[in-house]
Design a protein. Structure first.
Length: 594
């Protein structure tokens, strides 16, 4: 891509310190038919050009942070769209039709002297981007769309989608109808809208700073009402099959109140080469998560520009082979029972699995078995109860494989016997493995997920014992009740970051846990017999786990006793307490061997 050869108009306060990296910002006005547009460039014009187009009611300054982060590697171009910031604002509504906006975009491309650029649009910047990639073939090497589908694709969704999905999107777009009322939106902009908007931004975590919201906000807001009037319900040229030919990265902000996930998911139908990524943010993700947005743009542009191998996240975003395709899943206690079955199930659905266990050979056996079935798995030894080992483990996972998408904190042990028979060491070991193991797993991996900013899921394995008191499992039940509560607390905390938390509570499952347990009072034979006779395979628990992650379920009681116990704990906890008293702590005690 060529240099523009323009005469830069330097603003002293916009001069970057690092002149060697060509970070000088250049600003000038260009003519685009009936308007004059304020055009801003920064970075080395010899590098690939990224054109950032802002939405409503913003100006080019909404991209400040992202532009700064992209500048070392790219030639970054922004402009104030017609009606916003320092660009001129035509009075008549028709001047805001999409064809005029696309005309402005073409004028910008001509002014910077670039044949093709990588387009990034947010909100109305994205809406006009969808139109531009259709109307200006050959001018865009790629398109990154944030928070705004194309109007043709939107119209097709509203026509073809299920009534519930249409109603969901219509509710999110209520303001579009309000903007059609003559005079009312203009009045509202001068009265309450700036305050309401400010509050909405603060709720999302957008801190006002110089340049955003712009000092021209009220003027931009009232001018921009014409975007809705000229385009939303006006007649458009018929485009029966609105396919998009350009490689498209769709960044879905998980908490965007204006665009429904269903609408965004429907876009894949029109885009043969689409990478669909999620960011745990609200509508103004470029303000709250500029590093994540800049990383996503940079990765995508480099991949398209020169074939730079995609990150795991980008590769996955381009895949269509199912929900767990190329996900990175960490499972603790994967050497046996529920952990092994869960690792195998995720791998069978295309995930790459890190199988961790206290027993490295057992973890290796699980990983090798997955490998024999054409899956991808790695084995690691870790004692989940040790903070130092878990720190190293989490670090190694990130360094060698990346941030996990799903973590299953499954490793656990059992001690059976009455409270008075339990030794202090039994309590320590049970709490260390069953509770601290989960705390370490959540703490370390949740932090990684938050830093990455693309969401994730944590599954903690508790038990029926979490809500069903028993005279035989006091330490175990206490640890599992704590895991359940921890999971509920964490779910509330991480929801806003796009990270789901599920707690799984199985009843009796036929695994080796009874053989591995410590017995204070000699119930081994009975416990092993009960679990074996129950005949509930760990593979069925694994199937519940995969479903729960997909649907982001909060609590998953598994099998008949798990479900009945969970229901009774909510309906009649007293009944469960009475039942616990009936169980005999000496039950199953075997006669002492002679
Ligand atoms: P399992 O067959 O005994 O498997 C547990 C795995 O965790 C074993 O491979 C074990 O390794 C590993 N492990 C133990 N301590 C560890 C530590 N400190 N660090 C790393 N790994 C460790 O038992 P399971 O039935 O599959 O149990 C899995 C989870 O489900 C547990 O949390 C359990 O409490 C829960 N659960 C089980 C049942 C059931 O009826 N089976 C019911 C409800 C809940 P080693 O073999 O080397 O010790």
């Amino acid at each position: 891509m060529s240099s523009s050869g323009l005469t830069p108009c330097l603003y002293l306060d916009e001069l970057s310190n690092n002149l060697s990296r060509c970070e000088v910002r250049r600003m000038r006005f260009i003519d685009a038919g009936d308007v004059r547009l304020a055009l801003h460039e920064q970075g080395d014009p010899a590098r690939p050009t990224v054109l950032l187009v802002h939405g409503y009611p913003d100006t080019h300054r909404v991209w400040d942070e992202v532009a700064e982060l992209l500048t070392p590697g790219f030639h970054v171009v922004r402009y104030d769209v017609r009606g916003a910031g320092r660009s001129s604002a035509p009075r008549e509504t028709g001047a805001y039709r999409l064809d005029r906006l696309v005309g402005d975009l073409a004028a910008v491309l001509d002014a910077i002297g670039e044949q093709t650029v990588h387009l990034v649009g947010h909100d109305w910047g994205s809406i006009q981007g969808w139109e531009a990639v259709r109307r200006l073939p050959g001018r865009f090497a790629s398109f990154t769309s944030m928070g705004g589908p194309g109007l043709h694709q939107w119209a097709r969704f509203m026509k073809d989608a299920a009534p519930r999905d249409v109603a969901g999107q219509a509710l999110r777009s209520w303001y579009m109808a309000a903007f059609q009322a003559p005079g009312l939106p203009e009045l509202a902009w001068h009265a309450v809208v700036p305050r309401v908007l400010g509050r909405a931004m603060r709720l999302e975590g957008v801190r006002p700073r110089e340049g955003h919201p712009a000092t021209t906000l009220v003027r931009d807001g009232t001018n921009g009402v014409n975007l809705y009037r000229a385009n939303m319900f006006a007649s458009r040229d018929e485009v029966p099959e609105p396919y998009v030919d350009v490689p498209l990265q769709l960044i879905e902000a998980a908490n965007d109140p204006f665009v429904s996930p269903r609408l965004l998911a429907s876009l894949r139908r029109w885009v043969p080469r689409m990478w669909h990524r999620k960011i745990a943010a609200g509508h103004w993700a470029q303000r709250t998560h500029p590093e994540v947005v800049a990383r996503m743009i940079g990765e995508f542009v480099r991949h398209i520009e020169d074939g730079t191998p995609p990150s795991r996240e980008l590769a996955r975003a381009g895949g269509t082979r199912g929900v767990y395709d190329r996900r990175l899943v960490v499972v603790t206690g994967a050497g046996s029972g529920i952990g092994r079955a869960t690792a195998r199930a995720f791998a069978a659905h295309g995930a790459e699995v890190v199988c961790a266990d206290l027993d490295l050979d057992a973890a290796r056996r699980t990983a090798e078995e997955i490998g024999r079935r054409d899956g991808v798995a790695h084995a690691r030894r870790v004692d989940v109860s040790r903070a130092d080992e878990m720190e190293l483990f989490a670090q190694a996972v990130r360094d060698e494989h990346g941030t996990p998408d799903i973590v299953v904190n499954n490793a656990g042990i059992a001690v059976t016997g009455s409270f008075l028979d339990h030794e202090l060491s039994d309590w320590r070991r049970t709490i260390d493995v069953n509770l601290w193991g989960v705390v370490h797993g959540c703490r370390l991996f949740a932090r990684q997920m938050v830093e990455r900013g693309e969401g994730g899921h944590i599954v903690n394995i508790a038990s029926l014992a979490a809500f069903m008191p028993s005279r035989l499992l006091p330490a175990y039940s206490t640890s599992k009740a704590a895991v359940k509560m921890l999971s509920d607390c964490l779910r509330a905390e991480l929801a806003g970051k796009g990270i789901g938390v599920t707690v799984v509570c199985p009843g009796f499952v036929s695994t080796a846990i009874a053989s591995n347990a410590t017995y204070r009072g000699g119930h081994r034979a009975l416990s092993e017999w009960v679990l074996l006779r129950r005949g509930y395979p760990p593979e069925r628990v694994a199937a519940h786990i995969l479903r729960a992650v997909h649907h982001d379920t909060a609590v998953v009681p598994v099998n008949a006793e798990g479900k009945i116990g969970y229901a009774l704990s909510r309906l009649s906890p007293g009944l469960l307490r009475g039942f616990a008293r009936l169980t005999d702590a000496n039950m199953g005690r075997l006669p002492a061997k002679r």
